[in-house]
Design a protein around this ligand. Structure first.
Ligand SMILES: [Mn+2]
Length: 376
């Protein structure tokens, strides 16, 4: 059996002020083409399908279209659990109906863990859980951490696990802590992944980089695209699991070229501001500016070269320069809103605010502050 494992789609996500919907459309067109080549029997999406618990209509339409292509047109049995970004209830809409089409969505947390046997392989599906979700099922127990919650929630399932069969666990959360784990984050959200040692494969979501959570068969698929500047250096991929038989399971990674990359570039303002120095200027770029003085309106000037700039940082400013800048601007705290705007206008345009505009700004300020407008 061949299974594709992916997670953390975050459909509808914005990167700073930019909607990534176009990037996601581009990605998933290619993703579906890859599935048509790979021809997996099953697809696992391990949580965080949407970026928000109430997704936009554009995001819902995009996901609906993708799932139709995968489940209906390509007949790939699809297993989905809700992540912490998804609304469990909303994601569960129609799930009973969809089952018959080969789409299994587990959003709500039920007393018994959902087990679906498909082509002789058992899929155990656990959505993202918070301790209070499990407290509702076991009111008499004291549950403080995610680890305690998961141990309690899975104890019956683990007791009854038939280890002569092929068992796959699907989960979303901060699993890790094993000897071979790349995940060494502490805190109350951490779940000891070793409780799933007896599974043949553990398909995880939550962490956005591809990595293991305790052993090479416990894998975070990672997000399809770079969703923050912290992910700029990550290689994005999805995982293909080839199950020959129990004890013979192989995994490999498949990458898709994004419409726009997310990357960090470094140089002097003059270097960064010269379009001839760069290709792929539509990428989402963060600038590390090496100048030791502040450049006026740097971000709006750089936006002309890099329309999707997501931020900048001066990495060589010495504290004397910063102190001077703060001192120079320290009077602004004492200015009235109108004087503040006048000073801003002068900074940006090099012109004084004219009388007509001044009146307009005055009445706008009053309106915002909820005062009566008596300027007319
Ligand atoms: Mn998550």
């Amino acid at each position: 059996m061949k299974i594709v494992h992916t997670a953390d789609w975050h459909i509808g996500k914005n990167l700073n002020d930019y909607s990534l919907l176009e990037d996601q459309k581009h990605y998933f067109e290619r993703f579906i083409k890859k599935l048509e080549e790979i021809k997996p029997d099953a697809l696992i999406i391990a949580g965080d399908l949407y970026d928000r618990s109430i997704p936009s209509s554009e995001a819902i339409n995009l996901l609906g279209g993708i799932l139709f292509e995968i489940v209906q047109k390509n007949k790939i049995e699809t297993f989905i659990v809700a992540g912490n970004h998804d609304s469990k209830e909303r994601l569960s809409f129609g799930s009973e109906l969809f089952k018959k089409s080969g789409l299994h969505i587990i959003g709500n947390i039920t007393h018994d863990i959902q087990k679906i046997t498909f082509q002789g392989v058992n899929f155990y599906l656990i959505p993202y859980i918070e301790p209070h979700n499990i407290k509702q099922l076991y009111p008499q127990e004291t549950i403080k951490t995610h680890d305690q919650a998961m141990k309690l929630y899975t104890q019956d399932m683990l007791k009854n696990l038939d280890t002569t069969q092929i068992n796959i666990l699907v989960g979303h959360g901060l699993y890790g802590g094993g000897i071979n784990s790349d995940v060494s984050v502490g805190g109350s959200e951490m779940i000891d992944a070793s409780i799933f040692n007896k599974f043949d494969y553990v398909a995880l979501g939550h962490l956005h980089s591809h990595r293991t959570a305790g052993s090479e068969k416990m894998i975070f698929a990672g997000s399809p695209l770079k969703y923050s500047i912290d992910e700029a250096s990550q290689n994005k991929s999805f995982t293909v699991i080839d199950i020959v038989d129990k004890g013979s399971i192989h995994t490999s990674q498949v990458s898709i070229e994004p419409l726009r990359d997310v990357r960090i570039i470094e140089g002097s303002f003059d270097y960064l501001n010269d379009r001839d120095n760069f290709e792929n200027r539509n990428d989402y770029v963060f600038m590390n500016i090496t100048d030791d003085t502040i450049v006026l309106n740097a971000i709006s000037r750089l936006k002309a070269v890099f329309p999707n700039i997501i931020g900048l940082k001066y990495i060589n400013l010495n504290s004397a320069v910063i102190d001077g800048f703060i001192k120079e601007k320290s009077h602004v705290a004492k200015l009235s809103e109108l004087d503040l705007f006048k000073s801003f206008y002068l900074d940006v345009t090099n012109q004084e605010l004219d009388e007509k505009s001044k009146k307009y700004i005055q009445s706008t300020i009053k309106a915002v502050k909820g005062e009566n407008d008596d300027t007319d």
